[in-house]
Design a binder for this molecule. Structure first.
Ligand code: BYC
Length: 471
């Protein structure tokens, strides 16, 4: 299925057959471009960037690379191919054909899910908008922009659904998507992690490792949806999420590699004096980003999540591969609860614990990359281990909200927490220090001192390729 780039809005959804929808989206397009100019990547208007553009939605269609002048990037609407005879895989409608239109009784819930998903996409672009000014290399700058344009396209995917299937209130929601802004005290983004700052490149790599991984799990759950257009949109978005997480994992890995080199060279843990980021500070960044991302899964017990599941709107991760009845009427699932001063895992109705189950999948997946980071440290002969903090650490949603935990899982008093929190979370001084390292490096093949070079280039290009040309 190829994408028609001759259209004003490139698409594979036969937009030209639906003049009304086409007009509505063409009306939204200038608002999007205005938003991109105002709140998208700074100083990117004159750059030619070696970007991957989708030309088709099959596996090969995602591999078209060329230099693109940033504002000329063609966002569009690309759904994954329709699966013939697909049926709803879970919930009360299990076994029935998937819906091609919005099921009237679930309209509000469906719209809410699409709006929440859509809201995160422009949020992340806003959060990352300043980073281009301080790129550690052209390779990294290109990756930042690749991530940004793809998040822009993911916004288009959700806006298409709102316009095509929700009429007037859908169009209003699409407009609101460009009116809320990350960190805006009056009109913030919906989910808290999308209001945090991404002030430096270590934050960016943590973001793409941890926060984009939430994207992977949420999109995979929405890809199970009985509302087929949502499923097809999310399946196409998922193909890009893997690259974002690669940027995160390899980015953090390269910072760690460089830190280890500096530690060995200068025989000290205090590599700040030598222009590196100490492992203790990297651990603090992990603590912060992981804990705010655990909140993105919602409360341990959620009637919203139960409704989404029973209605067939949002499934579990890899729903069809799970060996159970996919209805969960009487099934149990263990969730954490506070019993006095201790965390106890007790049986709850699995239907209400859908969020918790997804969070658990996410936690296991997050650990795998940390293991690979630790191997880098071990291979350098250094006896330090990075860890994911305890599930109760620094939480703002769910069971642990009113409690304080240390990263190793000790319940703390308020006073203890206040006394120690600066040891566990990045402080203003830490951020200020990292900021001193954020000096742009824009010579092809050169890399900032605080990060190791990438292992290989993009699309078989050498690492000293001119990934970004300055016009
Ligand atoms: N912040 O019943 P609960 C991505 C609210 S990332 C603020 O547990 P539910 C990407 C909740 O709305 C993926 N509020 O909630 C990554 C509810 O409010 P009401 C984004 C929160 O609905 C990187 C109340 O607390 N996609 O794609 O079961 C770059 C009770 O909670 C938060 C999605 O999230 C929070 N963290 O679960 C770019 C998928 N958490 O009803 C992109 C769509 C909860 O009391 N969203 N609340 O007013 C969902 O599936 C669900 O909305 C959530 C929340 C899983 C997020």
């Amino acid at each position: 299925m190829s994408i028609d780039y001759s259209e004003k809005i490139p698409n594979n959804v036969h937009l030209s057959d639906d003049q009304r929808l086409q007009r509505a989206l063409e009306k939204w397009q200038p608002a999007f471009l205005g938003w991109w100019r105002e709140l998208g990547p700074v100083q990117s208007e004159t750059l030619d960037v070696y970007l991957r553009t989708a030309v088709g939605v099959d596996a090969k269609g995602w591999a078209h690379f060329d230099h693109v002048r940033m504002p000329d990037y063609r966002w569009g609407i690309f759904l994954a191919p329709e699966e013939k005879d697909r049926t709803i895989a879970f919930g009360a409608h299990k076994g029935q054909p998937v819906w091609q239109d919005v099921p009237g009784e679930y309209r509000a819930e469906l719209r809410r899910l699409i709006v929440t998903q859509g809201d995160t996409e422009p949020a992340s672009v806003e959060q990352q908008r300043q980073l281009g000014k301080s790129c550690p290399s052209l390779y990294d700058l290109r990756n930042l922009f690749q991530v940004n344009v793809e998040e822009g396209r993911h916004l288009w995917a959700m806006v298409y659904l709102l316009h095509a299937y929700f009429g007037r209130d859908g169009r209003e929601e699409a407009e609101a998507m460009l009116e809320r802004h990350a960190g805006d005290p009056d009109r913030p983004r919906i989910l808290q992690a999308f209001n945090e700052r991404t002030p430096d490149w270590l934050s960016f790599f943590m973001f793409t490792y941890f926060q984009d991984r939430d994207g992977k799990y949420q999109l995979a759950s929405l890809a199970e949806s009985g509302f087929d257009p949502l499923s097809r949109s999310c399946r196409s978005m998922l193909t890009e999420e893997a690259h974002h997480m690669f940027v995160g994992e390899s980015g953090v890995g390269r910072v760690i590699r460089r830190t280890c080199e500096l530690m060995r060279e200068h025989r000290t843990e205090d590599v700040r004096r030598h222009g590196g980021i100490d492992l203790a500070l990297i651990q603090k960044y992990i603590n912060f980003h992981y804990s705010i991302c655990l909140d993105l899964f919602g409360a341990e017990l959620s009637t919203n999540a139960a409704t989404y599941f029973t209605a067939g709107l949002k499934g579990r991760f890899l729903e069809t591969r799970i060996d159970d009845d996919h209805v969960l009427a009487d099934a149990p699932y263990q969730v954490p609860e506070m019993h006095g001063d201790a965390v106890a895992y007790t049986d709850a109705p699995a239907l209400n614990a859908i969020n918790e189950r997804l969070r658990r999948d996410y936690m296991d997946d997050s650990q795998r990359g940390v293991d690979r980071w630790n191997k880098i440290i071990r291979d350098a002969g250094i006896d330090v281990m990075l860890t994911l903090p305890h599930v109760g650490f620094n939480r703002g949603i769910g069971t642990f909200t009113d409690y304080h935990f240390s990263p190793d899982g000790r319940l703390l008093t308020e006073a203890d927490w206040e006394h120690h929190r600066n040891n566990w979370l990045p402080t203003d001084e830490d951020y200020a220090f990292v900021q001193t390292l954020m000096q742009p490096v824009t010579e092809p093949g050169k890399v900032a001192n605080w990060i190791a070079p990438p292992a290989r280039g993009i699309n078989n290009q050498p690492t000293d390729f001119e990934y970004v040309r300055f016009g």
